[in-house]
Design a binder for this molecule. Structure first.
Ligand code: F6R
Length: 247
């Protein structure tokens, strides 16, 4: 994995957008794996700027998102479909029929997950997978556990993740307890992975994921085994690695 240190969130967002833009320019009909959460919002904003300046054309791009809450419709303003429309898709010339998020309204978890795996396969795989990282090292909703789960699956969210996500809901009771998420093999099968980490609250996760042994207890550590992973992290997110003298 290659790690690029940036000064702050603004620089991280610009660099991430440059890399995603490069992917679209190199392969206009690429498949982007996309993430929600607060980290990629700045990069999406930069991509919108590039589109508005006439530097980027999304017309042939397809996308698959990492995850979706089980039980939320795309119209719910806390769903990840809504997030993607609001933060990116509504502002660029992407064909929305080519943008995909797991179907949160499918109550049959096995069906929802099998359908999503089939879909990813039918798209020919992911060219560039964008990731954020949880404070506990989760990627997508792959939480720390005893073994890596390969394919799209239904997860019961960790209490720390429910608490971290509560800021987006009126009360913690409204945070869904289950989600559909791509599995580790879906992510590892992407040709390129771009993980973004910003802030001191990610310092432990970045240290454990990049500089400690690979373990399902720190799901992002598996990226050490991916042939083409780029991490863009700001100085705060790299602070523990620096303190330990490994970066
Ligand atoms: C989002 C996702 C999550 C987030 C992670 C970090 O689709 O899959 O793994 O990337 O929880 O979230 P933020 O960026 O809000 O710190």
């Amino acid at each position: 994995m290659r790690i690029y240190e940036v000064k702050n969130y603004e620089e991280l967002s610009r660099k991430a957008a440059d890399m995603i833009a490069a992917q679209i320019i190199l392969k206009p009909d690429c498949v982007l794996g996309l993430a929600t959460g607060s980290t990629p919002v700045g990069a999406y904003r930069e991509l919108i700027k590039k589109y508005e300046n006439g530097e980027l054309d999304f017309s042939q791009v397809s996308s698959v998102n990492l995850d979706e809450y089980k039980g939320l419709s795309g119209e719910n303003d806390q769903s990840y479909r809504y997030f993607m429309n609001h933060n990116l898709f509504d502002h660029v010339n992407i064909d929305k029929t080519r943008t995909h998020v797991p179907n949160g309204l499918e109550p049959d978890a096995d069906k929802a997950c099998a359908d999503y795996n089939t879909l990813i396969g039918s798209m020919g795989g992911i060219d560039l997978q964008l990731l954020g990282i949880g404070g506990n090292g989760h990627i997508g909703f792959n939480e720390p556990c005893e073994e890596f789960i390969c394919d799209t699956h239904c997860v019961s969210l960790a209490q720390s993740t429910i608490e971290a996500n509560a800021r987006f809901f009126d009360s913690i009771d409204e945070v869904p307890k289950f989600a559909y998420t791509m599995g580790i093999r879906n992510i590892m099968s992407a040709k390129k992975v771009l993980l973004l980490a910003s802030g001191k609250n990610k310092a432990q996760a970045v240290y454990d994921s990049c500089f400690r042994p690979v373990t399902p207890h720190v799901p992002a550590s598996v990226l050490q085994l991916h042939p083409d992973t780029v991490i863009i992290a700001d100085s705060d997110a790299l602070s523990l690695a620096k303190e330990k003298g490994v970066f």
